[in-house]
Design a protein. Structure first.
Length: 42
């Protein structure tokens, strides 16, 4: 995770994803997902 390293941030817990639309009703190119990371400075 280059961005974290470049900004002196480190993973500090479990990452998870939130799916913003339904893959059974949405074409693959339109799918949206939020990725959440718990970070700490270091």
């Amino acid at each position: 995770m280059k961005w974290c390293a470049d900004n002196a941030l480190f993973l500090n817990g479990v990452a998870y994803e939130v799916y913003l639309n339904d893959p059974s009703k949405t074409s693959p190119e339109m799918l949206k997902t939020q990725v959440h990371l718990l970070l700490k400075e270091g």
